[in-house]
Ligand binder design. Sequence first.
Ligand SMILES: [Zn+2]
Length: 191
Amino acid sequence: MSIEELIRRYEAGGGHLAKTSAEGLAVPPALHTVVLTCMDSRLDVFALFGLQMGEVHVLRNAGGVVTDDVIRSLTISQRKLQTREILLMQHAGCGLGTFTDEDFSEELANEVGMRPPWRTHAFRDPRVSVRRDMTQLRHDPFLLPGTRIRGFVVDIVTFDLEEVFVEAGAPSVVRTPALGTPEISSAAANG
Ligand SMILES: [Zn+2]
């Protein structure tokens, strides 16, 4: 009964903590940025980028892939809440790398009698998927011209962050997490 466990934690102080975290914050994200990433439960976006509440929009789905609904959210985020940059991050060891779109559709069809109308966006190499999604974002007619887009693959074990570029032949750049005490203040870390 996990939902009841969540409600219990809300009552035990979660609700109060969330209220305190949101106090005084403006609705538009202070850093004018959207982070699009996977729903993987091991991925702490706020810790990874030293974020505080109120700074970015975080969009998450299976894979962190660009879907119609992601475009819907990005368009609203840009037009109504003044975001101008998109950080796209997918990851090695993603569940979407464990099957193919075709196999998954076939599996569902066998079980429920029809194929889903949507695609899974399964990928073998997250770099290829990030490149594909960056290209799609660059060409989307609803996103504002001049939107800055950068794409990354994070390793879910080492948390190395590899930047991926769309341009042919551009080498990717890998950053590794710093050892020791983080530079970001504990206030930022605790949000
Ligand atoms: Zn994933």
